[in-house]
Design a protein around this ligand. Structure first.
Ligand code: ATP
Ligand code: MG
Length: 488
């Protein structure tokens, strides 16, 4: 079972089921014993009463036995009539073995009669016992009592009753179990799952909270720690400590990146100024000029990288505000297309832009959106071999603005797609050919931030060898709180 809740429920249900089963077994054994004791009491008292009656009549000087025509002894008619009222099997034997009386039950059932008569004659024990009448039952409880004080001729009295009455009760009990046990199980399951749910609800809350804290940029937030210092309280406190440490190391890292980028900016500017001045020196030998140009290119690349790092560090610290103004996005697309021409032409690519006829006015940070489109366009040019095609498209899609940069280039492997927006991530194909495909792997990370900071999103679709399309979607409405009056 995948969840602790499921396991707890299973344990609880099992424990309760075992308890119920043990309880049911105890009740069954007790009922069994009680039912048989009751039966034994009944037949014992029947036998004792019969012995008592016989002895009573004999002591009072009455006649107990009479002879029939053939001279065989039998119980006198008055006694027979009295004893016939006994509802169970009742047999009285002569000391010499002959049956002197058999109750109506016994007379009616010849099989039982014969076997019981034999028991009455032979049994030496006066404790109740069980006999199963052959061949097919029934099972009877019987007790044999010697007749004492009623003359020399009377032998023993046997009383017997079927166990069916007692076992019927037990069968009813089992039937009740069969009906109620499934309900018991169901209730055990429901109660178990409720208890487990209740016990684990705070854990779920902690999971949700931790996810919220670590998902967004809210590492400064902390979990609410319950006052009781129970296990969950300690867990929350421990997680809080951990997040504190995380926050400290994250911000140290950010501050380091921000400080380092900042510190690098000034020397890079000085360096660039120096190289630019040196390059303009007249009559430079060609090899020195080439070296200086190469140095300038590298310095420019480094400046760009440092700028990007600084931006990302500020984004992480929440210090990269957008300067929104109302802009017609078609203008930005046109500007980007013009710049793109300068890149596409030397790369041997055709570039076109498709925009709607009506203005698409929306409140955005003009320079950031331009940066976003330029990054995508630079990628498209960089990763498309000569002869390919790059298309810029601005359209309205389902109440949202969609800006697409599509190329017919080398594409991105499906397994790489989830990583393209990661910082410093570059596909192996991009890494190996550093000559014409230089880059740090930060362009798309910036694009993603710009799109999300505008309340939008960025998606990529690609097929290796066929081309790639990046689509940026922005909400149409201006963010609430924007002062339309100050717009350009
Ligand atoms: N249009 C594209 N076609 C094919 N692969 C692309 C495309 N755009 C991006 N990629 C892949 O995604 C990686 C990350 O792109 P990203 O723009 O973040 O970095 P970069 O272009 O390599 O460097 P930077 O933009 O920082 O100069 C690229 O290295 C490349 O492997
Ligand atoms: Mg790039």
């Amino acid at each position: 079972m995948a969840t602790v809740r499921g396991r707890l429920t299973a344990w609880y249900t099992t424990a309760l089921t075992l308890t119920l089963a043990a309880f049911a077994a105890v009740v069954y054994v007790a009922s069994h014993r009680a039912a048989f004791e009751e039966l034994d009491r009944r037949i014992t008292s029947e036998a004792d009463l019969t012995v008592g009656i016989l002895a009573g009549v004999y002591r009072a000087g009455g006649v107990v036995l009479q002879r029939d025509a053939a001279g065989r002894p039998a119980l006198v008619a008055e006694l027979t009539a009295t004893l016939d009222a006994v509802p169970d099997f009742l047999i009285i034997t002569h000391t010499e073995g002959r049956v002197l009386f058999a109750s109506a039950q016994a007379r009616a059932r010849i099989n039982e009669f014969e076997q019981l008569a034999r028991l009455a004659r032979d049994s030496r024990s006066s404790v109740a016992d069980t006999v199963t009448i052959q061949p097919l039952g029934p099972t009877l409880r019987y007790v044999v009592r010697p007749v004492i004080g009623a003359g020399a001729e009377l032998g023993a009295v046997l009383a017997a009753a079927p166990t069916a009455a007692a076992t019927l009760q037990l069968r009813q009990l089992l039937g009740t179990y069969a009906l109620t046990l499934p309900f018991g199980l169901l209730i055990a399951y429901l109660v178990g799952s409720w208890i487990a749910g209740r016990a684990l609800a705070p854990v779920d809350e902690i999971i949700t909270e931790v996810r919220e804290i670590t998902d967004g940029r809210s590492l400064h937030r902390r979990l609410a720690v319950p006052i009781e210092r129970d296990e969950l309280g300690r867990l929350a406190a421990t997680l809080n400590e951990m997040m504190g440490r995380l926050e400290r190391s994250f911000s140290a890292l950010r501050r380091f990146t921000a400080d380092a980028s900042h510190e690098l900016k000034t020397p890079l500017t000085v360096l660039r100024g120096g190289v630019e001045r040196a390059i303009t020196t007249p009559e430079l030998p060609p090899d020195v000029l080439a070296t200086l140009e190469e140095a300038l290119q590298e310095v420019n690349r480094m400046t760009e990288l440092v700028d990007t790092l600084l931006t990302l560090a500020r984004v992480d610290e929440g210090r990269a505000p957008l300067h929104r103004e109302l802009v017609d996005l078609r203008e930005i697309v046109e500007e980007v297309r013009e710049t793109g021409e300068l890149l596409a032409e030397p790369a041997g690519l055709t570039l076109d832009a498709v925009t709607p006829a009506a203005p698409v006015v929306v409140a955005v940070d003009r320079s950031r959106i331009r940066q976003l489109l330029l990054n995508l366009l630079t990628n498209a040019v960089k990763y498309t071999p000569p002869g390919g095609r790059v298309r810029l498209r601005l359209e309205l899609d389902d109440g949202r603005i969609a800006m697409t940069v599509a190329d017919s280039g080398i594409g991105i492997a499906a397994g790489d797609l989830p990583h393209v927006f990661d910082r410093f991530w570059r596909a192996d194909t991009a890494r190996t050919r550093t000559e014409d495909r230089a880059g740090a792997g930060l362009g798309l990370a910036i694009c993603k931030w710009i799109a999300e900071a505008h309340g939008g999103s960025i998606e990529v679709q690609s097929r290796p060898g066929r081309g790639t399309a990046f689509t940026v979607k922005l909400p149409r409405e201006a963010e609430p709180g924007l002062d339309a009056g100050s717009a350009a």
